[in-house]
Design a protein around this ligand. Sequence first.
Ligand code: BGP
Length: 484
Amino acid sequence: MPNQFPENFLWGGAVAANQVEGAYCEDGKGLSTADVVKYVPPGQRKALEHALSISRAELAAAISDTQEENYPKRRGIDFYHRYKEDIKLFAEMGFKVFRMSISWPRIFPNGDENEPNEAGLRFYDDVFDELNRYGIEPLVTLSHYEMPVELVTRYNGWESRELVGLFVRYADTVFLRYKNKVKYWLTFNEINAVIRFPFLGGGVLTEGKENEKQAAFQALHHQFIASALSIKRAREINPEFQVGCMLARKLIYPYSCHPGDVLKAQGENQMAQFCSDVQVRGYYPSYIKRHLADYEVSIEMEPGDEAVLKENLVDFLSFSYYMSSTVSTDESITERTEGNLSSGLVNPFLKTSDWGWQIDPTGLRVVLKEMHDRYQIPLFVVENGLGAADVIEADGTIKDDYRIEYLAQHIEQMAEAIADGVELLGYTSWGCIDLISASTSEMRKRYGYIYVDQDDEGNGSLERIRKKSFYWYKKVIASRGTDL
Ligand code: BGP
């Protein structure tokens, strides 16, 4: 029998505002960067880097386009109106925690108003109150792949230092408002994403730029500073707050035991922890200099930035983990595995999901142990899961055994990691209710315990249906992870 998880372990699920809420222009909400992303059918898709970027002309066209049809994140799964029903279902599974995000443009529609939008603030009050009714702890991300689109038009997003002050004011506003309702916070979702996807992670348009990486690393630096200054404010507002950073944790193996492969993998794993090195330790690590030089990037810092990073460290480190990949110095090895943030060469020992992501539960234990050794602070797995196209049987049931298998194997490895001495606060599997995909804007790529009746084109009743994994996860939580 697997080891039992600690009594206070935070079991739950995760979503992001722009992937579930819908109601994209209701109650004073401003347009967000997620609202301008169009759905592209599989046959017409470009490489991910291009699919997740946007040209100035496309942006301008999307801003003036008021329809919902082609923009799935504008409609989400209507969580905005159905949150009570959804939270009731989470409670039925026994959730102790629910990871969600606040949509910045719901609070500051253009990002720089003098006063926040009261209706937006009230919506999250209601959501937190509802969670509280069931004793579910909110874990709130301040920035999960969206920001007021106006800040892109005006400042080119996080490339501009202006964003720091605007973000800290937004953070300050919600910390003050929810200081008695929320304890756990994350500043930026997958903060390392901005390096590869400047628009998704930072609202940065790179069209026409000679060196995209220069803009991306500068944006990242601004996010580091904004995160650190927000943590400072959080501690002043409520010393009980726990504020974490959030990283897309890639794991890269050497394809072979050739020393060149080992060295290459080591370098990539170092880069995979670059952002947590800054946010947990409080300074830019020495190895980054060489990477920045290779990219011909030089980061502009203001006096005082180093002290800001040093003095405002995170309380815990959270991360997403879905898959692993490999690297090789042998150019004849070309078969690839492509996740959304992580990609690389395949690993012949692993199976692959329907979307080509290689499944590696043991890898989760590897990263947990590695990060525990490196940082010695509490960890939190805030995303993990299997995207699959579920089928409704003739009797109306959804038998997602493949998802149960994936999750059970990862939970087992977390239990082992805890037995190895890792301090793990909790687990929020990704997309506990089906939602719009971050990378492809599809609906058919489902992660949930709860099925939502909607297709890629937005047809469907939005009815919520419990999948087989719903009953399974309920049992897992009740047995503290032993009944897998
Ligand atoms: C992470 C994002 C999530 C999410 C998840 C699954 O990178 O933080 O927002 O959606 O990946 O990815 P996808 O939706 O591309 O399948």
